[in-house]
Design a protein around this ligand. Structure first.
Ligand code: FES
Length: 329
């Protein structure tokens, strides 16, 4: 179904130089609770290139930004496609996209950025849960185009809530569709098989699925599993409850971050603007290089090894374990 055309309206003003104003040129219902938006430059110009796993930020009314994976044709230079699930209880983000954003409207779009890149391999196993299919769809197209050996396990609540089944049907038995009301919980162990080298496993979906994937891949070679989360993680209590100092190496300025404020906000108060978007530790926009000190990582982006390296942090959510951090700002 294509949404009705309305008078052009700007959903929200662009928030930074990284944000372009694009027009909604198509809106389609893809499954129960899932729509896709096609976005294009009002001038019809070429959009920035992207790779499978990339996402864009939609800048929505009230300054809300939400991250959505690009799921269209990466070789279409003029159009971005995103899939949006209507989140239960949504009051601004996905509810606005589903109920108000219409074909013809203008919307701020940041990115694309890719925190979930597809690394070269001859064998891939993909596991999607629900709307988590969106970043994996361009990946399976790429794996197919490159002649890789790949399989996709795609679970959802029920068949009618699962988007893109028609497109995936073209891949035949490489794709296993497993609606929970028909087949129960996903058989991850059966799909993954025995741990073996040379396989890359990519998964995106709800937190319980990603936790189950981490358990299922615990005995696989390091870095086999890559996951994508668009949900902020609960980092628990901060490592420090006392204020800490952030030294800005390029100017020598020192900023005190008290327990009630973020590093990003403390920097903003002294006029140091770090580009940000989600402010929840999920989009990667505010990545900042750490020169000294140990961050208290509270984002959903870094894996354990990246955290242990202590050479970068997401200043919208992450804090400090030490009295002092030195940042490359
Ligand atoms: S602004 Fe998104 S990770 Fe910090």
């Amino acid at each position: 179904m294509t949404a009705s055309v309305s008078a052009p309206a700007l959903a929200s003003a662009p928030a930074s130089a990284d944000v372009a104003t694009l027009r909604v040129v198509d809106k389609q219902v893809r499954a129960d609770g899932v729509v896709t938006l096609d976005l294009a430059s009002p001038s019809g110009g070429r959009l920035r290139d992207w790779t499978p796993g990339a996402h864009v930020d939609l800048v929505l009314p009230g300054g809300l930004t939400r991250q959505y994976s690009l799921c269209g044709d990466r070789f279409d230079p003029a159009t971005y496609r995103v899939g949006v699930l209507l989140e239960p209880g949504s009051r601004g983000g996905s509810a606005y996209v589903h109920r108000e954003l219409a074909v013809g409207d203008l919307v701020g779009v940041g990115g694309p950025r890719n925190n979930f890149p597809l690394v070269p391999s001859e064998r891939y196993l993909f596991v999607a849960g629900g709307i988590g299919i969106t970043p994996l769809l361009p990946m399976v197209r790429q794996a197919e185009a490159l002649g890789a050996d790949w399989r996709l396990l795609y679970g959802g609540r029920e068949r009618r809530s699962m988007a893109f089944l028609d497109e995936l049907a073209a891949f035949g038995d490489r794709v296993l569709v497993r609606p929970q009301d028909e087949t129960g919980l996903l058989d991850l162990a059966g799909f993954l098989g025995r741990p073996r080298p040379g396989v890359r496993v990519y998964s995106c979906g709800p937190a319980p699925l990603l936790a189950a994937m981490e358990r299922a891949c615990a005995d696989w070679p390091p870095y086999t599993l890559r996951t994508e989360r668009f949900v902020a993680v609960d980092g628990g209590a901060p490592a420090r409850t006392a204020p800490f100092e952030v030294e800005l190496a390029r100017t020598g300025t020192t900023v005190v971050v008290d327990p009630g404020s973020t590093v990003l906000d403390a920097l903003g108060r002294v006029g140091v603007e770090v580009l940000s978007s989600c402010r929840r530790g999920v989009c990667g926009t505010c990545e900042t290089t750490v020169l000294a000190g140990r961050p208290d990582h509270r984002d959903a982006l870094l894996d354990d090894d990246e955290r242990a390296a202590n050479d970068c942090m997401y200043v919208c959510v992450s804090r400090s374990r030490d009295e002092r951090l030195v940042l490359d700002l």
